[in-house]
Design a binder for this molecule. Structure first.
Ligand code: NAI
Ligand code: MG
Length: 337
């Protein structure tokens, strides 16, 4: 027994389809990792009055690792409701959202895109404080010194490990010189702390042009670091280069706790059809192996099995076909239950 345990939070919609598929694969790869299930999400809110029960927060804190599917959030105010994933990120101090995008996973791709979006995960507009006045609404956008420095340090660490050794700071300091200026300056301070700073190429882009460049020249990027909203938007955009939302993984990192999470949402348009691709959830699990459990061999095995499976079953295959092909891929690599 490794003593490792994983909390799984399927959530809503296709979260309940892709998380069990990823767990099936985990049990082939490492049957010694004990899986415990917890609740969160919109349905949980409707039934219990809270989107994240205290028991779920306590369990993830205790076990240190979680796989989260997706949750649904209404686009209108609902008294007492707060998005489950935002509550989990803040409640567990998961300050870094790491979203790698690699074209290597796409069958037949001739692109060499290999980048990571590092998204500040605790503040920005996602503090969710909206004040309604008579004829307008004010949304607070918090950028703090401490959170910007912290995400800057994580981005520098990842950029130093990344083949390109490039860091791009994304902001809009021309319009928001105080808040985005602070973000940029704190990341620059983190860069200045690196021993071998000269080995890291650092530049800055305004977020609007960063979006165009991610479309025109994605190979030019290594690690991008951005405030919360920009990171959210740019990572969906960049996901195009790894095959779309059905494939794009992410991991939320805090101190001693990590929550793996596909970039996609609850996909109500395909729920129940069997068309949800579990690859993103499986690749998020691989990130847990790589960045949290420090088991790079398992991460490699899982990523290779997913890559092989996608090549075999095609980009539009659903949960069952992808899961079977990934398990076959693991068997091919000598891993079976
Ligand atoms: P979405 O990511 O759920 O879906 C966008 C499009 O991508 C849809 O056409 C969907 O069918 C497709 N798609 C997503 N995941 C897929 C998969 N694994 N395989 C195949 N196709 C997939 O985003 P949308 O539609 O904007 O939001 C739907 C709900 O999800 C909303 O309630 C939103 O609040 C929530 N959401 C939750 C997130 C989370 O829990 N982390 C993140 C994003 C949205
Ligand atoms: Mg998003």
């Amino acid at each position: 027994m490794s003593g490792r345990e994983l909390v799984v939070i399927p959530g809503d919609g296709i979260g309940r389809e892709v998380v069990p598929a990823a767990v099936q694969v985990l049990q082939v790869l490492r049957s010694d990792i004990r899986v415990v299930e917890a609740r969160a999400g919109w349905d949980c809110f409707l039934e219990t009055g809270t989107s994240v029960p205290q028991a779920t927060l306590d369990l993830v804190r205790d076990k240190g690792a979680a796989l989260f599917g997706a949750v649904s959030s209404p686009s209108r105010p609902v008294a007492g409701y707060r998005s489950a994933i935002l509550r989990l990120r803040r409640g567990l101090g998961l300050y870094a959202n790491v979203r790698p995008v690699s074209a290597a996973i796409v069958p037949g791709s001739d692109r060499s895109v290999d980048l990571i979006v590092v998204r500040e995960n605790t503040e920005g507009l996602y503090v969710g404080r909206e004040h309604v006045a008579e004829d307008h609404v004010v949304a607070e956008r918090i950028i703090s010194r401490v959170a910007s420095l912290r995400i800057g340090r994580t981005a520098c660490r990842l950029a130093l490990q990344h083949a390109a050794r490039k860091l791009t700071i994304v902001h809009k300091a021309n319009v928001l010189p105080q808040s985005d200026g602070l973000f940029r300056d704190q990341v620059r301070i983190a860069v200045g702390e690196i021993d071998h700073a000269a080995a890291l190429q650092v530049d800055e882009l305004l977020v609007d042009f960063a979006a165009l460049k991610l479309v025109q020249q994605p190979e030019a990027f290594g690690v991008l670091v951005a405030p919360n909203l920009y990171g959210d938007i740019l990572s969906d955009l960049a996901a195009h280069w790894c095959g779309g939302l059905g494939v794009a993984p992410s991991i939320n990192l805090g101190d001693g706790v990590a929550l793996a999470e596909p970039v996609h949402g609850s996909a109500p348009d395909i729920v129940g059809t069997g068309r949800a691709n579990p690859a993103a959830a499986m690749l998020s699990l691989a990130l847990l192996f790589r960045y949290h459990w420090q088991l790079p061999e398992e991460a490699d095995l899982l990523e290779q099995a997913v890559q092989r499976a996608l090549a075999e079953v095609g980009p539009t295959a659903g949960s069952a076909a992808v899961t079977q092909a990934v398990i076959a891929g693991l068997a091919h690599a000598g891993v079976s239950a």
